[in-house]
Design a protein around this ligand. Structure first.
Ligand SMILES: NC(=O)c1ccc[n+]([C@@H]2O[C@H](COP(=O)([O-])OP(=O)(O)OC[C@H]3O[C@@H](n4cnc5c(N)ncnc54)[C@H](O)[C@@H]3O)[C@@H](O)[C@H]2O)c1
Length: 328
């Protein structure tokens, strides 16, 4: 198989030399000095394995300045060109990738382009649309400079199917009103306390981010019914549908929705609660309404951390962030 590499930096060279053990690899760069060095089997970067592999007789690796020579008849083009952060646009400058894609489409449109450069989220999709091709995929790169080829030759792990892991995949990807429950709020606060004598912003930022999230959700709830185009948009009563964090649970210890309630009440808006597992008549001075129909009637806005069939008949006044309808 022929594989072309665009960009002979850490990423391009290490992937190129790895693949050149069993494939024909042609590496393209725009810097003549780099290509000249590679043609003399000298590494332009300091990396023990790259230096050794360039001198091996049994690898099929060539460097060139000629796009045609690199891209023609290649099955795959690995794109490893720079994507520097541009402080003016606050975005990665991805122009080098686009130049390569345009060249590949002109010379060899059937080739599959594999982006190894670091790109913004959603970039590959936008590139496919812009160039009207499905032949572009993204493959993230993890290497250490100075051990770039070593890390490709001896990876510490090979991960397949990240999205299938129920702890971190799309299953888990459903917004909420912040994190809550019995463990995470106290764990993060304890961790922050552990760092009391060690300067560290990260853990405090996590704790603060959860509070910021609740401020944002409470503000969004308070302005929600004015956006609903309801004739009388005065917000008198906010109904809290369930105090639990997750559907199917009867546990509401430190649930995020309680932080939302507190903020809404602080603005002088009445809060009522529908929570079938609760026997008490009130919860933190808010009335617990046992009858769901009455709850729906008295609530101008219903705040639900997780959507449920029970309240679909009044969906227009439900405020939720349950976008994917799951909470595994
Ligand atoms: N270095 C790392 O540890 C690392 C790890 C993961 C991802 N990345 C990402 O991979 C990309 C490349 O990183 P790097 O460290 O290998 O960069 P690098 O600067 O070492 O090498 C990039 C090479 O691309 C060449 N180039 C520029 N435009 C080109 C074009 N149009 N055609 C062909 N070659 C072109 C440059 O001359 C340079 O030799 C970046 O997006 C980087 O963020 C780097």
């Amino acid at each position: 198989m022929k594989i072309a590499i665009a960009g002979t930096g850490y990423v391009g060279l290490s992937n190129g030399l790895l693949l050149a053990q069993h494939n024909e690899v042609v590496a393209l760069d725009i810097i003549p000095e780099k290509v000249a060095m590679l043609q003399k089997k000298i590494s332009p970067i300091e990396d023990k394995e790259i230096e050794e592999y360039l001198k091996k007789d049994d690898i099929n690796f060539k460097a060139t300045l000629d796009k045609q020579e690199a891209y023609e008849n290649a099955d795959f083009i690995i794109i490893a060109t720079p994507t520097d952060y541009d402080p003016d646009t606050n975005y990665f400058n991805t122009k080098t990738i686009e130049y390569v894609v345009q060249d590949v489409l002109d010379i060899n449109p059937k080739a599959t382009m594999v982006i190894k450069s670091t790109v913004p989220v959603g970039y590959t999709k936008s590139l496919r649309e812009k160039f009207n091709t499905d032949n572009i995929i993204f493959s993230p790169e993890f290497l250490r400079e100075g051990k770039a080829l070593y890390d490709n030759l001896y990876p510490s792990r090979i991960i397949e199917g990240v999205g299938l892991d129920p702890r971190i995949g799309t299953h888990y990807n459903n917004p909420s009103f912040g994190y809550g429950g019995y463990c995470l709020p106290k764990d993060t606060k304890q961790l922050r306390a552990n760092y009391e004598n060690v300067p560290c912003n990260l853990i405090s930022a996590i704790v603060e981010a959860n509070s910021t999230r609740k401020d944002f959700i409470a503000d969004s709830v308070l302005s929600f019914n004015s956006k609903l185009n309801i004739k009388n948009s005065t917000l008198n009563t906010v109904g809290i549908y369930r105090l639990t964090m997750k559907s199917g649970s009867d546990n509401f210890r430190s649930s995020a929705i309680q932080g939302i309630m507190k903020r809404i009440k602080a603005k002088g808006v009445e809060v009522v609660i529908y929570e079938p597992v609760m026997k008490e008549e009130t919860f933190f001075n808010s009335k617990v309404i046992k009858d769901l129909d009455e709850f729906k009637k008295v609530s101008d806005v219903i705040v639900a951390n997780r959507l449920s069939e029970d309240i679909l008949d009044v969906k227009e006044k439900v405020y939720t962030r349950d976008i994917f309808n799951s909470d595994s």
